[in-house]
Design a protein around this ligand. Structure first.
Ligand SMILES: C[S@@+](CC[C@H](N)C(=O)[O-])C[C@H]1O[C@@H](n2cnc3c(N)ncnc32)[C@H](O)[C@@H]1O
Length: 303
């Protein structure tokens, strides 16, 4: 099966607009000459992991185009994709037009769907909305795209990260002319591929009674992570993947983070006896993730 299409190149070869090509393919219509498109559909050669130890594997690769993973092999995806808020990542342009960002979203969600098992789950940490550079319902738009590519909706967790700095943007101060309402929260949208009930895997649980009681309340309150401390522009705190992993997967499950960044998901996968796989476009972040992991193995409590 073809995972990724080089639309720009094919559109230019067929001398059609890229948007028209995407629309044709999306609708399942044949764009003449069909054979020519099929001949041009490309998959990338498999890459070797840059790190693989203790059931943790890191790929320095574009998750969307990568052929490193077999289809139907992942139990749980825990991830925070780029938010398109202009963050200065080393190898990713975070300043797309909103429509292009949604197109990127559709591509990675499709790939994530393909590599997930039928009882595979997805925990997606995304913004509720966007207030700078035009208001957008990012959380709702991404959730709709996920449903369109086949993911089924389960629930939404509100992550109250206690971020008060955003409260400086008031819009019109004490005036109804154009006030800004900003929720200092992010969301974790929980979805699944075909069956919510997990039937595959070890069936061994490691969640405590208190954790289960607390985490099944869908408002999670804990602080965000310091960019400076971690050395990455947008890390999430370990608490986030830890809760998702223990609540939504059995011991020994295969956990994927397609946007690995500093490796937080893999640290928690390892710490909780899961198999962890991560991808990042940036060699620098892959190396950072590797360092955090190996440091964790040496001094677990400090990282
Ligand atoms: C929000 S950060 C993830 C941070 C991570 N949760 C952590 O705790 O450090 C998103 C990451 O996605 C990476 N990225 C962007 N596009 C990618 C792609 N197509 N494939 C793989 N990684 C990508 C960026 O380099 C960035 O490190």
């Amino acid at each position: 099966m073809v995972d990724w299409v080089d639309y720009k190149r094919i559109a230019s070869e067929l001398q059609v607009k890229e948007e028209d090509l995407k629309a044709f393919i999306k609708k399942g219509e044949n764009l003449p000459p069909t054979q020519e498109i099929e001949d041009n559909l490309s998959t990338n050669p498999p890459v070797k992991p840059v790190f693989s130890e203790n059931d943790v594997t890191i790929y320095h690769d574009n998750f969307i185009t990568s052929s490193a993973l077999e289809h139907e092999t992942i139990d749980l995806i825990v991830t925070s994709p780029p938010y398109n808020l202009g963050i200065d990542y080393s190898n990713h342009d975070d300043t797309d037009e909103y429509d292009d960002y949604l197109w990127f979203t559709e591509q990675w969600l499709t790939k994530a769907y393909q590599v997930s098992r039928s009882d595979g789950r997805l925990c997606m940490n995304i913004p509720l909305d966007k207030n700078k550079g035009g208001q957008q319902s990012v959380g709702a738009d991404i959730t709709k795209i996920a449903k369109d590519v086949g993911w089924q909706y389960h629930s939404t967790i509100i992550w109250n990260e206690g971020n008060i700095s955003r409260r400086t943007a008031w819009g019109s101060w004490m005036s109804a002319s154009a006030p800004y309402v900003i929720a200092p929260v992010e969301i974790i949208v929980v979805m699944y591929k075909e069956n919510w009930k997990k039937t595959s895997g070890s069936r061994e649980n490691d969640i405590t009674r208190d954790e289960f009681m607390a985490w099944t309340n869908g408002v999670w309150t804990f602080n965000g992570e310091s960019k400076k401390r971690i050395g990455h522009p947008a890390p999430f705190p370990r608490e986030l993947p830890k809760r998702c992993i223990k609540l939504f997967s059995f011991v020994g499950a295969t956990v994927l983070d397609p946007f690995l960044g500093s490796g937080t998901t893999l640290i928690e996968a390892w710490d909780n006896k899961r198999v962890g796989i991560g991808f990042d476009l940036s060699e620098e972040y892959c190396q950072l993730a590797e360092k955090r992991l190996t440091d964790t193995w040496l001094k677990p409590k400090l990282i």
